[in-house]
Design a protein around this ligand. Structure first.
Ligand code: SF4
Length: 261
């Protein structure tokens, strides 16, 4: 394939070659280029694609304008009014592994970072047990604003289907830029956002799915583990994470394999 640069500079090269030929035909001593070598030179220019270094994509710079759009987004006016701030995502834009959760809770809304409350601290423990830091992976939610709650009430509510559909394009843009090797959906809302399906978690978790050709592991949301502290439930999530490590080609120690057994 002829490189576009070679095509772009072809007229200039022709001029150079014409000039060289005229100098040669005019009997000048320099340059000492035969017609054969000039022809070889010309064909080598056309035949050899110009080799350029691989492009380095600054993913953080690509994410920044999306984050800026999210920060002032009012597509869900009720959430824009009730939120303290939007919660875009956190971690390494070049991450091989991306976690996707549901929506910010009260702690995340206050701090502007996903998974910083009790469930988030448990997720951090899981990430650490896998041999990563939070800074190694990327963490984001389906919804960037905290679902509003009636005044004076506590807790969180799941996003409505309409809220999810409105916000999902932002997550799609994040995934498109980060292009992780493996994704993990945490809980049923994340599954619905990524796969568009609602099914019992016990039927979905623990096996590989695909999100636009990216391998997707489904597991329980950490808040489920806070409600169900049985070691058997923790083990299920851990087995899902072992599959993730295997898929990423990460070494797994015997100690890691035995967690929660
Ligand atoms: S939830 Fe998403 S789409 Fe709705 S206002 Fe917040 S950032 Fe915008």
């Amino acid at each position: 394939m002829v490189d576009s640069v070679a095509i772009e500079f072809a007229p200039a090269l022709d001029l150079v070659l014409d000039a060289l030929e005229q100098m040669r035909d005019g009997g000048g001593k320099l340059p000492r280029a035969s017609r054969v070598s000039l022809t070889q030179f010309q064909s080598s220019i056309v035949a050899e694609p110009v080799r350029r270094p691989p492009e380095v994509v600054d993913k953080a710079a690509l994410l920044a304008p999306i984050q800026a759009r999210v920060a002032v987004c009012t597509k869900c006016p009720h959430l824009a009014r009730s939120r303290t701030q939007t919660v875009f995502g956190v971690g390494n834009p070049d991450a091989d592994l991306m976690f996707v959760g549901e929506a910010p809770g009260a702690d995340e809304d206050a701090q502007g970072e996903p998974f910083v409350g009790r469930a988030g601290q448990l997720l951090t423990k899981i990430i650490t047990a896998m041999g990563f830091t939070r800074g190694d992976v990327y963490i984001a939610n389906v919804l960037k604003c905290r679902p509003d709650m009636p005044r004076g009430s506590f807790g969180n509510r799941p996003p409505t289907p309409e809220e999810m559909q409105t916000c999902l394009p932002y997550l799609a843009e994040q995934i498109e830029i980060i292009r992780p090797k493996v994704m993990v959906a945490l809980g049923a809302t994340a599954v619905e956002g990524l796969l568009g399906t609602r099914a019992p978690m016990h039927a979905m978790r623990g096996r590989w799915h695909s999100h636009q050709e990216t391998p997707l592991m489904i597991t329980y949301h950490p808040s489920y583990l806070l409600r169900n502290q049985a070691p058997a439930e923790k083990r299920k999530v851990w087995e899902d994470m072992l599959q993730v490590l295997e898929r990423l080609g990460r070494p797994i120690t015997e100690k890691q394999r035995r967690f929660f057994t």
